[in-house]
Design a protein around this ligand. Sequence first.
Ligand code: 6PG
Length: 503
Amino acid sequence: MNQDKSLSDIAVIGLGVMGKNLALNIADNHFNVSVFDIDSDKVQAAVDAGQTFGHQRIRAVDSMTNLLASLTTPRRILLSVPAGKIVDVICQQLIDAGIEPDDIVIDSGNSLWTDTIARTKQYQSQLQFFAVAVSGGEEGARVGPSLMPSGSMQAWQHIAPIFTRIAAQVDPITFKPIVRQAGEVTTADSEPCCSYIGPAGSGHYVKMVHNGIEYADMQLICEAYDLLSKAANLTALQIADIFDGWAQGRLSSYLMEISADILRQQDPLTGKPLVEIIADQAGQKGTGLWTAVSSLQLGVPAPTIAEAVYARAMSAQKSLRVQLSQQYNPVDVVALSEIELAQLIGALEQALYAAKVCCYAQGFELLAKQASEQDWQLNYAEIAKLWRAGCIIRASFLQDIVQAYASQENQHLLQAEFFVSSLNNAQSAWRQVVITAVTNGVPIPSISASLAYFDSYRSAVLPANLLQAQRDYFGAHTFKRIDQPEQSYHFNWSEPEQGLEPR
Ligand code: 6PG
């Protein structure tokens, strides 16, 4: 902390929901923070909000020049603005206002990771461009988000004291999130959900994969809801009870808890469950799509995540779905006895768990492949640690991933002994769930894509031998023999007597 109390330790530019709450969180932790937004009402609202918590540490500034003058040097400036062009607009304004090459501009938006690499290079002689990707929404920003910082280590050392304090914290003994109230300072001796990820772009890549997992995790829960509602005919309240039960066990997660809460909410206008009144067309801002695109580009199978993106696209096709639902014969739902219902609920817990393991395995495989492409030294146990609290995918199960990577750094998650044993136990129930969904005509794309992913990875032999032959047949693309793996061959399929031709 600086000695000159008239100067601020950091500035926040952009006082939307995230920026304002990050500023309050920083002030709670005894740092002075200058705040700026083009909307002066938002600046005043941030200052007023700070005062309701009894401190004067939030200081309004009215121009970029005054913002620079209000800070200790090297300056720390946090941008909380939407990803895209606006980041460059503000960097240029700061350059015009006289920012210096040692000053650090920190992008906290969901920027595309390649944009972050480009910006770091573009501005290197004018300012230090750094990224701290943030997860946790409004509440996280206020009392502890999960933070994924990346860029120059020198810049990180200068800003780390602030970011490790404002981050969500985990109890080092119980590994449970520590709950902090607005206005409280972060307690010492806890593990911050914030650790340096690596060079420019790596933190935003990790956040992008977090969001891909977020899409998949949300979709998996939605599929469980759909199956329980359509195949088992359960009400929203009955499903809420089931989700609450699951949230007590290994499926304990923020997304499971909020889903139960949502299912209990009544619509104030009709008295029906609010969830049934909400239009079934999903929005998206694109980070899940980026993850799926990245998986295709890298050749890393991530079907659970990709299916979650497709499910949002499919949901948006409402009018075509309504028309087709009338053109095709309905599937008769098979009535369940009480015992069968109990079995389905138990099996669904296993299927959800197994599918979730697969979606994390896909996310971590993506990280590993991109790390090797970019020459990043990622620490997977540390990444799993910083997702244990504060972020949207926070879940008790992350601690098992931490342990899996702590015991063997470079393994695929499906190879970790703990998960081998849990998936072996779950697989029969998981198959039953997919059979039930297929029999009743209920689409569960992410649960079933996870099973296909699992079955593919546990298959020593896949039918790509026939595929290679097809490619060679129509395009002379060649194939390799299992008994001569180094040599490529073309077979003369139209004149078999000519035999094999080494290529
Ligand atoms: C987070 C979230 C957040 C994301 C929203 C909306 O980690 O806090 O991932 O960054 O923007 O969840 O995402 P979609 O609009 O794409 O669903």
